[in-house]
Design a protein around this ligand. Structure first.
Ligand SMILES: Nc1nc2c(ncn2[C@@H]2O[C@H](COP(=O)(O)OP(=O)(O)OP(=O)(O)O)[C@@H](O)[C@H]2O)c(=O)[nH]1
Ligand SMILES: [Mg+2]
Length: 315
């Protein structure tokens, strides 16, 4: 675990073996996309991309916000406390700098690529285990009958999810982020080039299971979708508002378990709308298929909207 912010980005033995700067050991932040970042990527087996990225750390520890602002915690003192320029008080300095600029530039390139193929791209995000892959397996089995469909899967390790998608008869690329806690635009651009051409089709990206960092990264998608499972409790949108603020749609999954749980659906939706008054909401069960008609209708509307935009641009 990161010794500064508590996130799960600490240096692994694998990264140390690859010669990671000992200064950064035990701390997080592959979040930063700047010259200090290192990328080690390879594809293996049936299209699994191993990706490890991390930033060079100064002793100052920087945390980044989804709106691109940077909160700088200068950790001048040791574990006993935080020190900023001679004071012993913790101070947060907001630096108006677009630290996600490099990622955003690559995301813009991805968007150009997707537009050229008239491809609709959805970025699915959730906590680990909310049911993203289960939902995708069911959805792509149906959608592939109407659209060229593909999936990019993101996980720290394993190609399990891509294998589940391929078993449904849809091409999938697995990206392994190693210690990384989210997909970034460069990973998506690279993975997309390894998929068969999906002209006028749909590409689903399943992000790394994490309700925090994926929200901050533009991948070039048409929109972000947050999957929240009934088992997580209704307060997640309050605790992780950035994820819900960034998403156009909240899919509440595992609705088949509703009668067994005390989760208050109305409360969950109300909390999500505090973070994002415009967020649309669907309830589904990836297990039983309940609610998938409405999900397909929603996707159909996005397809129609995108095709109309392409037509308008041509005129
Ligand atoms: N009861 C029920 N279980 C579900 C549903 N959807 C998924 N699950 C179960 O939830 C567990 C996790 O599902 P996954 O689809 O692997 O979840 P995920 O979000 O892709 O997980 P990560 O990729 O690890 O983040 C599995 O045991 C699924 O069978 C659902 O609608 N109802
Ligand atoms: Mg999954």
């Amino acid at each position: 675990m990161c010794t500064v912010c508590g996130c799960s980005q600490a240096t692994s033995s694998i990264e140390l073996a690859r010669g990671r700067d000992p200064e950064s050991q035990g701390r997080c932040c592959p979040h930063r996309q700047d010259d200090g970042e290192r990328h080690d990527a390879h594809f293996h087996g049936d299209e699994r991309l191993q990706h490890s990225s991390h930033a060079r750390h100064s002793h100052d520890h920087e945390h980044y916000q989804s709106d691109g602002r940077q909160a700088l915690l200068t950790c001048g003192a040791g574990p006993a406390g935080l020190k900023v320029k001679g004071t012993s008080r913790e101070r947060i300095i907001w630096v108006e700098r677009d630290i996600l600029g490099k990622n955003n530039a690559i995301a813009a390139d991805n968007r150009t690529l997707f537009a050229a193929d008239e491809l609709l791209v959805f970025n699915l995000m959730s906590s680990p285990g909310a049911g993203k892959t289960s939902l995708l397996v069911r959805a792509v089995s149906e959608l592939k009958l109407s659209y060229p469909t593909g999936v990019i899967e993101g996980d720290q390790q394993t190609s399990n999810d891509a294998e589940r998608i391929r078993a449904a008869g849809v091409p999938a690329i697995q990206v392994n982020t190693g210690k990384g806690c989210h997909l970034d635009a460069a990973m998506i651009g690279e993975a997309y080039r390894r998929l068969p051409r999906l002209t006028r089709g749909i590409l689903f990206i399943e992000n790394v299971g994490n309700l925090v960092c994926p929200a901050a990264f533009d991948l070039g998608e048409a929109c972000k979708i947050v999957v929240l499972s009934m088992t997580e409790g209704e307060d997640k949108p309050l605790k992780y508002p950035d994820m819900f603020a960034a998403s156009s749609l909240m899919v509440i999954n595992k609705i088949d378990l509703a009668s067994l749980l005390e989760c208050d659906l109305d409360k969950t939706i109300g909390y999500a709308r505090r973070a994002n008054p415009k967020i649309e909401v669907l309830t589904v069960s990836a297990r039983t298929g309940e609610g998938f008609g409405a999900l397909y209708a929603w996707i159909g509307r996005q397809v129609a909207h995108q095709r109309q935009a392409v037509e308008d641009a041509r005129r």
